[in-house]
Ligand binder design. Structure first.
Ligand code: PLP
Length: 400
């Protein structure tokens, strides 16, 4: 099929949730680049929205998936699954363990990981016979598209068509302690936050705020849930972004980069909290299946190799420096934000971020525009200096 034929089928048969997509269809990828059906080669600075952490066609990831597909793609959770056990151990030992997270449950997406986290928080109090079920989350956040995670997502554009929303969620201003204190009730169970709001425009939490939230949770016996679906798996230069803040949440969720392109999400929790899930309380048909877990094992193994996260930090700093230099030359840039390889460049109201994304696309560079008119960069973590130079040079041409 050519692009035109695909577009026609999409229009005729696919529900129109994505509107007019960027007019391109990719056939294959290698490293940082994607090749379109017409042969055009694009450099990807969005990485499938922070999913393709190892880039495209990574040999170890591809081999792990192909080998596992040959042996066994799926078997149910009625049986023990070697790759699931192996990935659980790797995640605890290498990713969550240093932050106090000792148990894992696998689902298939970020929203599902957050659903699991929310259910775990409610079960934790239910099992103690305590009537606590409310969750405080932030405005401008993004936690997914299921009914409960949409209620947690503090953006009316995602909620509007779905009233009545799942009860028990309160969305309060981000980075504001008074807003949280104001929302506390005798029924508050948990506070759910991103440490960097990704979809929300790469907005970082104030370290002081995070410390205060953490202290409040300790003081009131609330659970702290951190959504690391976008920021986790090395994206910010550390295995988890909470490590920049020395934060020790009770529950952390992962997805996006965890399978490097194969759908998988995870809930990680502290031992005592994880115990709240008893047999039958939660489950998943696909969650943690052999194929997805084989991919996860390959991804964790790669990103935890000596030097890998050093590259994320070095390249992240180089890109941030490059974006800051652009800010000195282009009055349309209001702010440069983010950590590691999750960076945002906020444009003033006179500059249409979507039009800049379009101009970059014409130069065959893929980026996107998140909330707050903010260009978002979440490239594969294998990015090198050459690609960073190409990005800043092209932005320099394209920005007014
Ligand atoms: C993408 C994202 C989600 C939702 O993940 P899905 O896999 O699309 O369900 C949840 N939280 C954050 C922070 C995200 O960036």
């Amino acid at each position: 099929m050519n692009l035109h034929e695909i577009m026609e089928l999409d229009q005729q048969y696919y529900m129109n949730t994505f509107g007019a997509r960027t007019p391109v269809a990719f056939e294959k990828g290698q490293g940082m680049t994607l090749t379109a059906l017409d042969g055009g080669v694009y450099t990807d600075y969005l990485g499938g929205i922070a999913v393709n952490a190892l880039g495209y066609g990574h040999p170890a990831l591809t081999q792990a998936v192909v080998e596992q597909a040959r042996k066994l793609m799926h078997c149910s959770n009625l049986y023990y699954i070697e790759k699931q056990a192996e990935l659980a151990r790797l995640l605890v030992e290498q990713i969550g363990g240093p932050c106090g997270l000792t148990k894992v449950f696998f689902g298939n997406s970020g929203a599902e990981a957050n659903e699991g986290a929310l259910k775990l928080a409610r079960a934790y109090f239910y099992k103690q016979g305590i009537q606590r079920y409310e969750v405080i989350s932030a405005k401008n956040s993004f936690h997914g598209r299921t009914l409960a995670t949409v209620a947690a997502t503090g953006q009316s554009k995602y909620q509007a068509p779905y009233y009545p929303l799942t009860p028990g969620f309160i969305n309060v201003e981000y980075n504001s302690m008074p807003a949280i204190l104001n929302a506390l009730t005798g029924h508050t169970a948990a506070i759910l936050l991103e440490v960097i709001q990704g979809e929300g425009g790469v907005i970082e939490a104030d370290p002081e705020y995070l410390a205060q939230v953490s202290a409040l949770c300790k003081d009131k016996g609330l659970l702290l849930i951190v959504d690391e679906v976008q920021t986790g798996m090395g994206r910010t230069g550390k295995p988890l972004a909470i490590q920049h803040y020395d934060l020790k949440p009770h529950i952390v969720t992962l997805a996006k980069a965890l399978g490097g392109g194969i759908p998988i999400g995870a809930v990680m929790a502290q031992e005592e909290v994880a115990q709240a899930f008893a047999p039958g309380d939660h489950g998943s048909t696909f969650g943690g299946n052999p194929l997805a877990c084989a991919a996860g094992v390959a991804v964790v193994t790669e990103i935890m190799k000596p030097g890998f996260l050093d590259n994320v930090r070095t390249m992240g700093a180089a890109l941030k420096w490059g974006l800051e230099s652009l800010k000195a030359r282009h009055g349309c840039i209001l702010d440069v934000r983010g950590k590691g390889l999750l960076l945002g460049l906020e444009l003033n109201a006179a500059t249409d971020g979507k039009a800049i994304v379009q101009r970059m696309f014409e130069h065959r560079l893929l980026i996107n525009c998140a909330a707050h008119n903010t260009l978002r960069f979440a490239p594969p973590l294998i990015i090198g200096e050459k690609e960073i130079q190409l990005l800043t040079d092209t932005l320099d041409k394209v920005l007014p």
